[in-house]
Each structure stands twice: as C-alpha cells, then as structure tokens.
Design a protein around this ligand. Sequence first.
Ligand code: FAD
Ligand code: NAP
Length: 530
Amino acid sequence: MAEKVAGIGAGVSGLASIRCCLKEGLELTCFERSNDVGGLWEFSEHVEEDRASIYPSVFTNSSKEMMCFPDFSYPEDYHNFLHHGKLQENIRTFAEKKNFLRYIQFETTVLSVKKCPDFSSSGQWEVVTESKGKEQSAIFDAIMVCSGHHILPRIPLESFPGIERFKGQHFHSRQYKNPEGFEGKRILVIGIGNSASDIAVELSKKASQVFLSTRQGSWVFSRISDNGYPWDMVLHTRFRAMLQNVLPRAVQKWMLEQQMNQWFNHENYGLEPQNKSLMKESVVNDDLPSRILYGAIKVKTRVTELTETSATFEDGTVEEDIDVIVFATGYTFSFPFLEDSLVKVEDNMVSLYKYMFPPHLEKATFACIGLIQPLGSIFPTVELQARWVTRVFKDLCTLPSESAMMEDIIKRHKNRIDLFGESQSQILQTKYIDYLDELAAEIGAKPDLLSLLFKDPKLAVKLYFGPCNSYQYRLVGPGRWEGAKNAILSQKQRLLKPLKTRTLEPASNFPVSLLLKILGLLAIALAFFF
Ligand code: FAD
Ligand code: NAP
C-alpha cells in the first residue's frame, strides 16, 4: 500500500489530487515548476517556455456551478462565466483556505520519474527534481502526473505548402495576447476551436479584415441557453445523456442539428460541420456569428497554398495582401520526465486505462490526472479521477487484469473515433456524464436515482433533469459531503444572484399569461363548434 505520493503540477488537477491524497491519509509532495497554483489559469503578460499561456480576454466556457470544487462553490455574486483572473483568484483562495500550499514545492521542476530497481515488489519510484539550479532525488510509493496538456503548440506547417515563402508574420495562438499592433491588418486565422474563435473575434475589432479558415466547420453556440441559463447547466443533464445513449444516431443527429441551428443557420454562415453526426467539441462563442454578419470575419475553407502575401483556399478562391497568419491549431503534449515505455505519446495518443493508468505496470502506483478533454467541465472530472486513483493507491480499489485493461483501451479508442472522429483535436475527447458516472461507480459515489426517487423525490428529479456537476458525486460514498444536497437545491439561487443588479418593482400578480391561454382555448373551442 502506498504512503508517500509525488504529484507533478499544481493546476486544477494537481489541487484535486492533493485534496484526495489528504482525504485518504496519503503523504503528498506536489512539485510545481512555477511560483503559484492554478496551472494555465495563472496568467502571465509574456509567453513563457514550458508553461501554458492564455490571453487577457479569456473567459471560461464552463459556468461557475459546473466548474467548481464541490464544497467550495464561488461567492454568490461571482458571475456565471468567469474571467480567468477571477477563476485564478478563487483557485488560489481554495488552495490557501484548504491549507494545501504547505504540500507544494514551488519553482521545482520534475526532471525524471523512474521505476526503482525493485519496482516489481515495491512499486516505488525515484523522482529527480530541479530547483534553483539544484538537483534532488527522492523515493516515492506512487506518482500522480498532473502536468496539463495545453503547453506544447501544434503547428502542422507541412499542411501549408508555401508557408516558407510567406513574408508576413505568423505564430501559434499560444503566442497571442491582445489585438494591439494588428490595427488595419488583413489576418488569416487557421482552425475553428475555441482559441481560433476567441482570437478571430477579438482581432476583427481592430483588423481591416479577418479570415477564419476551417477544414471541417463546427457547431457554434452561445453561453446563453434556454431561458437565459448557462448552456452547460441546460445541456449537461442525466436526462439528455440518457437520450444520447438510447436514441438512434440519425435521430440524435437531427436533434443536434435543430438545436444548433436555432440560434443561426450554420450553413448560411459557412460554419456547418462536414460530418454532422459527430459529437466533436463545439465552439462556445457569443460574438462569432455577429462578427460574420458584420463582415468583419469571413469564413473560408482549408488553405491549399500560401505565397509571399496571399492564401489560396480549397474552393479555388484567393485572398491577397495577408499580413498575419494565426495558427490556432491546438496542442500536443509530452512527458519529458517519463520513459517512453511508461506513457508513450504517438500522434497525440496515449494508451491509458480510462485515461489514467498504464495497463502494463506490475504495481498500480502511477496515474495521470487531467489528461482528458471531457465535453463538459474539467473540475468534476479530475476530482473523480483523483478520488479513484488515491483509493487504488490505498488498495481500497483494484484494477482489472492487464488484458482486460487493454481490451477496454482498444474499445474506448474505437468508440471515440466513432463519436468524435479522427481529428487530432478530439483525441482526448470523452462524453461527460457517462465518464463521470463510470468513475463514480468505481468508488461507490454514483447516486442511486431509483432509491432516491422513493426517499427524496425532489432531489431525484433535480439530479435527473438538473445540471450534472460535482455536488452530485458527493451525496454518497467515500468523500460524502453533508452540504451536497443543499448545494444542488440552491444552485439556481447562486446562478441568479449576480444578475440581480437592478431592483425591480414586484411584478403584478395578475395572471395575464393564464388569462390569454384561457381565451385562446375558448377561441379554439368556439371556432370548432361554429
Ligand atoms: P494545467 O493547468 O496545465 O496545469 C499543469 C501544471 O503542471 C502547471 O502549473 C505546470 O507548471 C505544471 N508542470 C508541468 N510540467 C511540470 C514539471 N515537469 N515539473 C513541475 N511542474 C510541472 N476547461 C473547463 O472545464 N472549462 C473551461 O472553461 C476551460 N477553458 C479553457 C480555456 C483555455 C484557454 C484552455 C487552454 C483550456 C481551458 N479548459 C477549460 C481546459 C483546461 O485544461 C482545464 O480547465 C484545467 O485548467 C487544466 O488543469 P490541469 O491542472 O490539468 O493542467
Ligand atoms: P483545438 O480545440 O484543438 O482546435 C484546433 C483547431 O485547429 C481545430 O479546429 C482543428 O481542426 C484545427 N486544425 C488542426 N490542424 C489543422 C490543420 N493542419 N489544418 C487546418 N486546421 C487544423 O485547440 P484550441 O482551440 O486551442 O483549444 C484547446 C482547448 O482549450 C479546448 O478544450 C478549448 O475548449 C479550450 N479553450 C477554451 C477557451 C475558453 O474557454 N474561452 C478558449 C480557448 C481554448 P480539425 O478539427 O479539423 O482538426
């Protein structure tokens, strides 16, 4: 049984890991290269090598109730979608209030993690770190890798013939900070992920023209969903997840199309995805359609050739006088501190059981946390991953045999391609609620809706039709939290609180809508009988 655990990285995944280690009585040392917690949310004015980089205008695309640690929801007056600065402030407060900082060795980079010579019996690891020019080595019983996957830019220059001739400026979205300096330029943004869309929208307010080149298109939707609720609180419900699992693909495709085209017709805007039955991560952007409507952004097909100043596209059109190309082409990842035989990354792909455990280890004392891209928020996902992993380290849960794990990896890989396609941007993609439930089932934290329906029908209905977030996995099992039920029942209140900034006169109690409905029914009845 493991006792001493090394964590690598103090971002959201690292903090979730610290918390779970402490809960399970494991002694954790977390090594963090930078001087703060928060990982990619720790903003820096300048792009730093080996660290994720975000731009000043980033707002989360998950809402606050979906993106919090269960017993640490945001202050009520926090807005539903947070600016990165507010999120980072909260992450820092979380780490301070929970007394986690004492377990983190800042400005310490993990250089290597190797099996100890007696690994097959001890399951131990030798970890070499470097801090302020000094190397140190220590032995640990188990490892949690929480080092993130948005650090290394992917720039597929080979897909852009002529790029070597291009005389303008070109860079990866990771280098982008703000639109200053791009006034009056003609800019080509490549890709249609959330980075491409955010950057294209921001640049289009200063540039003379922005072109957005996409080879496959994408669904784009607003953060604002039915009745003005945050999109993820409406879409990420167990009810919808059930529909996705039982309805035939053709019906799902039709429903998705109807839903996505409610806001605007994607075909008319040139954004319609090529393969509409895939569940690829959609773009969440409130401004992209309007910038297209203004003509400030023009959507283009794939680039086939670049010259000194122009870009030719798959449909034969040419855009001249391009000054800047932004490659918003996503990220790749690697683990320079690990031996290839442990976690081999090939074409952005890794073979890990349930995205966490290498299947071939003699001892289950190693796991990756957060090496995943769920269709929903990362917070509940890494929380459940860390809860399961720490219980495996404590021998409270066991992993299946190597062959069963390999079988699961292969099956999952096939399903992923079927659901999300073969694009590299989708390699870590998973369904959201299904995956959370799968992890929760491993540790006995999956809520039993049927028995709840008899014991507490109001709560059961909320769990089934309401937003599925981290509170739901704290109702039962290890790590059960007394406040979970109340947090679920009061989330609407916290959602509405920051919107109530204008005191309104109490609305008239006269039921106008009811009266209109009755009149309508009467009119139909009259029309029917006369
Ligand atoms: P990171 O935040 O990348 O943290 C990794 C940490 O490991 C870093 O602090 C790094 O310094 C440290 N580290 C790495 N290597 C070493 C080493 N060798 N030694 C020591 N330390 C090391 N997800 C959502 O759910 N909702 C959102 O709205 C959302 N918005 C996003 C917006 C952007 C622009 C991006 C890029 C991603 C977004 N994500 C979002 C996904 C995001 O990945 C997660 O929100 C989450 O922050 C990832 O946390 P992490 O701890 O796994 O990785
Ligand atoms: P991404 O989601 O991986 O998107 C990369 C884009 O580049 C895809 O559209 C991809 O198209 C395209 N691409 C890749 N290779 C290409 C090629 N050779 N030619 C043409 N196009 C190519 O990367 P990202 O947008 O940087 O986002 C990374 C993560 O951060 C995502 O999870 C995202 O949600 C998150 N993020 C969030 C926010 C926010 O919350 N506001 C902002 C930015 C990013 P294909 O699909 O065709 O491969």
